[in-house]
Design a protein around this ligand. Structure first.
Ligand SMILES: Cc1cc2nc3c(=O)[nH]c(=O)nc-3n(C[C@H](O)[C@H](O)[C@H](O)COP(=O)(O)O)c2cc1C
Length: 200
């Protein structure tokens, strides 16, 4: 029997209802199920708030794991869980709500907790090398009025960079951009999801 697709679904809209990015992440998973794919889905809802990194976290993260005290281990436990979720996945599906021309604060907290030297990236010959290779990311991007990849979209390029930084370079965007003013935006995004799920 075929191995299930191991999906990590990350939702970052603060809205738990009537969120367009969540509708799209839902639609991808539903579409794959309808197509008979066997799925193993882990859901990480960033609306259930994550802590900011702080002095104790930075100190623990800078300490080699062989020297970790019980306190270091406790401090890094959630971060280790989040990194483990990425490691276990072959496909990340990330819902992105554009807030003030960038990502939500909750998504930035997740990024700060998963970009870890020696765990998700390493310096090799003076250059960073992503360690989370062999994975694909699908990003469902929703904005009210800001065009995707325009000069005032400070989210999409950043996310592509940060995923590449940890080794995920196969990134596909589904865009429901400027949907407050473009009647076709959500229709086109749904169609793009359906095309994608038929290809996966
Ligand atoms: C706090 C906040 C800030 C927003 N800032 C922007 C923005 O800078 N540009 C934009 O096009 N839309 C902005 N919007 C609209 C959202 O991007 C839009 O509602 C999108 O659908 C959010 O994703 P969601 O439906 O999954 O919540 C903002 C919405 C909120 C709540």
């Amino acid at each position: 029997m075929a191995q299930p697709m191991k999906i990590l679904r990350v939702d970052s809209s603060a809205k738990t209802e009537n969120s367009e990015s969540r509708r799209l992440t839902d639609r991808i998973i539903d579409g794959l199920k309808k197509n008979g794919k066997s799925l193993d889905v882990t859901v990480r809802d960033l609306n259930e708030s994550l802590p900011q990194v702080n002095t104790a976290w930075i100190e623990a993260n800078n300490t080699p794991s062989d020297d970790h005290t019980d306190e270091h281990k406790k401090t890094l436990a959630l971060s280790n869980t989040l990194v483990g979720e990425i490691e276990a996945a072959d496909t990340l599906i990330i819902g992105v709500a554009l807030y003030n021309f960038s990502i939500t604060a909750s998504l930035k907290l997740w990024i700060d907790l998963v970009c870890r030297a020696r765990k998700t990236f390493a310096y090799v010959d003076g250059s960073p090398k992503g360690l989370m290779t062999g994975k694909k990311a699908i990003i469902c991007f929703a904005s009210g009025g800001t065009p995707f990849e325009s000069d005032i979209d400070f989210a999409s390029g950043y996310l592509r960079h940060i995923l590449g930084f940890i080794g995920i370079t196969d990134v596909t965007y589904i865009t429901a951009d400027k949907h407050f003013m473009d009647d076709r935006s959500l229709i086109n995004a749904n169609a793009a999801v359906d095309t994608l799920t038929n290809q996966l």
